[in-house]
Write a protein that binds this ligand. Structure first.
Ligand code: AMP
Ligand code: ZN
Length: 115
């Protein structure tokens, strides 16, 4: 069995607060939300990061991006939302199973603070 926490969630081994599920993807609320709505959209396939994606994942990634606004609207984010994909150590990624953060419903500050 995989040691990956998001694979364990996708496999039902670790519980989550589910937002959406189909054969290819799972969406669930972040355990440590940064805004009133903060959930994660992940492929069921273990793909460590966007840097590991190739042409064979084009349809899956496209599906995830197109699902994001639909799921966001279902969570009440009809005025917009932020999507974040942290990629690699240099991108601040902590869980190495590709995921799209979908965040909104509060005061969303500029993405990168300018000094
Ligand atoms: P990242 O820094 O982009 O890798 O984000 C990892 C995210 O996963 C963080 O926002 C965590 O709060 C979230 N997270 C970690 N473990 C869990 C879990 N068991 N259930 C839901 N979210 C989690
Ligand atoms: Zn995984």
């Amino acid at each position: 069995m995989s040691e990956c926490i998001f694979c364990k969630i996708a496999g039902g081994e670790i519980p989550c607060r589910k937002v959406y599920e189909d054969d290819d993807v799972l969406a669930f609320h972040d355990i440590n939300p940064v805004a009133p709505v903060h959930f994660m959209l992940v492929p069921k396939l273990h793909l460590p990061s966007l840097m590991d994606a190739g042409r064979q994942h084009e349809a899956l990634l496209g599906k995830m991006l197109l699902l994001a606004p639909r799921l966001a609207a279902e969570q009440g984010l009809d005025n917009g939302f932020r999507t974040v994909i942290n990629t690699g150590k240099g991108g601040g990624q902590e869980v190495f199973h590709l995921h799209i953060h979908i965040i909104g419903g509060g005061n969303i500050p500029p993405m990168v603070r300018r000094s």
